[in-house]
Each structure stands twice: as structure tokens, then as C-alpha cells.
Ligand binder design. Structure first.
Ligand SMILES: *[C@@H]1O[C@H](CO)[C@@H](O)[C@H](O)[C@H]1NC(C)=O
Ligand SMILES: *[C@@H]1O[C@H](CO)[C@@H](O)[C@H](O)[C@H]1NC(C)=O
Length: 191
């Protein structure tokens, strides 16, 4: 009885705490940035392609720092690049949080692929180091959940940004690492 009560209280507290967090533990853009994305073209689901990027900003390890950097990226893209809104589909912080950017709408991250892929962009610079274990685990959990929700095809392909565009993104160290992931695709000519 006592244990049951504790479990019950735990469930209530957790449901209150978890309330603002959306599907697949993604932090909604309304929550980390205070306003909805202006992007509105939905991607055709399930999506078949995931593009891994890095932001080439400071790294972040706390909620406060990750949100500050994500807000900086959003403001920069809208003000200086004159984007409709933040272009990356999802951002992943060193704190292990996944932040909604364009989300499951058509973003602006990889020319020629924006209407048929999502990008997951690790916050930081990963030429000479890899993201935190927490960030890497969150990426896997997110992708698995997206498959489970049928947003992502179960046989999706995953590539590094540099395989599709003239860029160093997601950085040599992170690129090496994702080349070990089971969904990684070497030959992009079929995309
Ligand atoms: C994406 O855009 C291209 C170019 O406009 C178009 O040919 C293609 O059919 C679109 N793909 C999807 C999945 O909407
Ligand atoms: C890739 O996986 C192999 C086999 O598990 C491992 O030996 C290697 O260190 C991994 N490489 C990277 C870059 O993680």
C-alpha cells in the first residue's frame, strides 16, 4: 500500500513535470525560444533520410547554455541570413536535450534535400572531438522513437552533411563516428 502510494505520487509529480515536453522528448521551440516556428510546410512522412550536422558554435553542457546558443542560432539565421525561421530540423545539446527547430516541417539545412530529410545538428564543433555520450545517446533515442512514431522510415538512411554539400560539417571526428552507425549510407548517389 505504502509502495503503491509512493508510485502514485511519483507518477503524478512526473506527469506535471513532463507536461511541456513533446513527443520523443523533444523540447518544443515554443518552450526554449518562446514562439512557434514560422515554417509550415510539413514533410512527407515517413522521412527516409537523416543528415547529421554540427553548428560550429560554442559547446554547451547545461540547459541554460544550450538554450542561449540555440536562441542565438535562431536569431542569427532570421536576422542575418533572412531565413523564415531556424533552418535545422533538430538541435542536440551536450546536455543530452533534443531541441525542435524546423521539426517535421521542411527546413533549410541542406540545399537540394530540405524537402525530403531531417537534419540533426549537434551544438558545438566536432572536427577534433565527439559530442558527449549523453548527446549521442539522445540522438539514438530520438531516431528510434521517430521510427516508432512512423515519422522516420524504419530503413532510413543517415549521412554526414559533408557527403551532400561542400562543407566540413559535421566535423571529421563526428563523421568518423557516424560511419559506424547501422543506418549510415556510404554511397549517396542513390539519394
Ligand atoms: C522536393 O522539391 C523538388 C524540387 O522542387 C521536387 O522535384 C520534389 O518532388 C520535391 N520532393 C518532395 C518529397 O516533396
Ligand atoms: C567502429 O566500430 C568498431 C567495431 O565495433 C570499433 O572497433 C571502432 O573503434 C569504431 N570506430 C569509431 C570511430 O567509433
Amino acid at each position: 500500500m505504502y509502495v503503491l502510494n509512493l508510485v502514485f505520487i511519483f507518477v503524478i509529480i512526473n506527469s506535471l513535470r513532463a507536461a511541456p515536453v513533446s513527443e520523443c522528448d523533444v523540447v518544443p521551440i515554443t518552450q526554449w525560444s518562446g514562439s512557434a516556428s514560422k515554417r509550415n510546410a510539413e514533410l512527407n512522412k515517413p522521412v527516409h533520410l537523416v543528415i547529421v550536422q554540427h553548428t560550429v558554435t560554442q559547446d554547451c553542457y547545461t540547459d541554460t547554455d544550450c538554450e542561449r546558443i540555440a536562441n542565438g542560432i535562431r536569431a542569427y539565421q532570421m536576422k542575418y541570413l533572412e531565413y523564415d525561421d531556424i533552418g535545422q530540423s533538430f538541435l542536440i545539446g551536450g546536455n543530452g536535450k533534443v531541441y525542435e527547430g524546423a521539426g517535421w516541417r521542411v527546413g533549410a539545412h541542406t540545399k537540394g534535400y530540405n524537402n525530403k530529410s531531417i537534419s540533426i545538428s549537434f551544438i558545438g564543433d566536432f572536427r577534433d572531438k565527439v559530442p558527449t555520450p549523453h548527446a549521442l545517446q539522445s540522438a539514438q533515442d530520438f531516431l528510434n522513437c521517430a521510427v516508432y512514431k512512423n515519422h522516420l522510415n524504419m530503413n532510413y538512411h543517415l549521412v554526414g552533411h559533408q557527403q551532400l554539400s561542400a562543407t566540413l560539417s559535421p566535423g571529421a571526428s563526428l563523421q568518423n563516428l557516424i560511419e559506424n552507425w547501422s543506418h549510415w549510407l556510404n554511397d549517396v548517389s542513390q539519394l
